[in-house]
Design a protein around this ligand. Structure first.
Ligand SMILES: Cc1cc2nc3c(=O)[nH]c(=O)nc-3n(C[C@H](O)[C@H](O)[C@H](O)COP(=O)(O)OP(=O)(O)OC[C@H]3O[C@@H](n4cnc5c(N)ncnc54)[C@H](O)[C@@H]3O)c2cc1C
Length: 433
């Protein structure tokens, strides 16, 4: 196999779909009325559906394409404290106590994911061995150390800085200048996790309707009417769980999200001893470049699954982004220069303008989104929380809820500026790569 992603035998769909193909089968009957209608069948939508159905609600989930086709079956599977906004900055923005509440909620949501996967017995190659984040420059290492010190002063944080001399125990690259070792976090097989969630949702009696885009949501007399494909359905409550795939069905939300492609590649099978040396203990690894890389071993320990955000024009073409990511992979691990790829794919994440995830209610419609590329853990948790909120449960609140969700003047949801911003970030990163 040649060392680029340009060959025709590189599959342009997620490696994960080999073990968990998108579900096929007859669509369920769509009822005329449901307690709750959910738009989107990723982790957010399904997690909300499960909590609601187990709480006694009748639930319908509509999915525009194949079930789980969005980011939830395409991602790197990494979970852990993944906020884009550092604790120091959040403290400046919202004050110390609210910032602490938000960070503590991340720990709660991590525990929720771990307990959920274990209690439900979902087989998704769950690995809880922490995460290493490499610093691209010495100054970055120093700023990460200051950030960790501040966090340890105010929060219960189980992490330490690893100097460059010791980093080979965490990742086999010479490129980083040390990094942060967080003992929490880890990774899972994202599509098997989605499948496990879906199986439980179906067992709970939820109708999950594929290939049926919701195009209109109207509210009158205390209930909603949804137009979805050929169906019209009445619902007491609506959840929008469309994140990076949010379209015109709700313009208010769309104007608050910046959809961005995230891309991944899978190497051909390698000698497991090489993978174990480059990624000891099968840990999740990321770094601090503007266009971050995130990577891990495949569950069988024979491949490296490598993700990032290509800059400039590559962003909409998985063949070209595969070449770009392969270049980055071999910058980090020069010994992989001759290694071929088997898969190159992409999916959409959603950033918010304040780089924080959001959940809340607007005009009676519940939403959770804007995970800024780190939604495996939070989408599961936010979906559950939305479900609890609709059920009227006393434990429904969250410090993330109903925070100011801002947009920008004249922004319609189409990020015309993205190509230029990504190209600039790629140029900035190239000085350290
Ligand atoms: C390549 C990649 C790598 C990633 N890696 C990581 C990682 O390692 N760790 C991490 O934490 N996060 C990662 N993420 C982000 C994470 O996958 C997402 O944050 C998370 O899956 C969001 O889940 P969701 O259910 O909100 O949205 P999605 O899973 O994207 O689901 C939204 C769904 O809504 C559907 N939809 C949209 N509009 C309509 C409509 N009108 N009617 C019906 N259906 C509609 C879409 O078709 C889609 O299936 C990654 C994402 C990508 C793309």
């Amino acid at each position: 196999m040649p060392a680029t992603a340009t060959t025709d035998d590189v599959k342009l769909e997620p490696f994960w779909w080999e073990a968990a193909p998108r579900p096929t089968g007859a669509a369920p009957d769509v009822p005329e009325r449901a307690d709750v209608a959910i738009v989107g069948s990723g982790y957010t939508g399904l997690s909300a559906a499960l909590t609601l159905a187990r709480g006694g609600a009748s639930v319908v989930v509509f999915e525009a394409g194949p079930i789980g086709q969005g980011a939830s079956s395409r991602n790197g599977g990494g979970y852990g404290h993944g906020l884009m906004v550092p604790f120091s900055e959040l403290t400046r923005r919202v004050g110390l106590e609210p910032a602490k509440a938000i960070f503590n909620e991340l720990s709660v949501s991590e525990k929720h994911l771990i307990d959920f996967v274990r209690d439900e017995g979902i087989e998704c190659h769950f690995v809880a061995r922490g995460r290493f984040t490499g610093a691209y420059a010495p100054a970055k290492y120093d700023s990460m150390a200051r950030e960790l010190e501040l966090q340890q002063k105010h929060l219960d944080v189980d992490a330490e800085m690893v100097p460059r001399a010791n980093q080979s125990s965490f990742v086999g690259t010479e490129l980083y200048h040390g990094g942060l070792w967080q003992r929490f976090g880890g990774h899972l097989h994202p599509a098997l996790y989605h499948q496990g969630l879906l199986d439980r949702v179906l067992d709970a009696g939820v109708a999950v309707v594929p290939e049926t885009r919701v195009t209109k949501i109207e509210r009158a007399g205390g209930e909603f009417t949804l137009t979805a494909g050929n169906h019209t359905i009445k619902a007491g409550n609506v959840v929008i769980a469309t994140n990076g795939y949010s379209g015109p069905v709700n313009g208010w939300l769309r104007r608050r999200l910046i959809p961005i492609q995230s891309q991944m590649i899978a190497t051909e099978p390698l000698d497991p001893a090489v993978v174990a040396r480059l990624l000891p203990e099968k840990r999740m690894v990321g770094d601090t470049y503007k266009l971050k890389h995130y990577y891990r071993a495949s569950p069988d320990g024979t491949r490296i699954l490598f993700g990032g955000r290509a800059g400039g024009e590559e962003i909409n073409d998985p063949k070209r982004s595969g070449i770009h990511l392969h270049r980055r992979l071999t910058r980090l691990f020069p010994e992989l220069a001759g290694v071929g790829l088997t898969h190159s794919w992409a999916g959409f994440v959603a950033f918010s303008f304040d780089y924080l995830p959001h959940m809340g209610v607007r005009d009676g419609i519940h939403y959770a989104m804007g995970y800024c590329g780190s939604g495996v853990m939070l989408s599961t948790y936010f979906g559950h929380k939305l479900g609890r909120r609709i059920l009227g449960a006393p434990d429904a609140g969250s410090p993330f809820e109903n925070r100011r969700f801002s947009t920008r003047p004249f922004y319609t949801g189409k990020p015309w500026f993205l190509s230029a911003v990504m190209a600039y970030y790629a140029w900035r990163d190239s000085r350290y790569l």
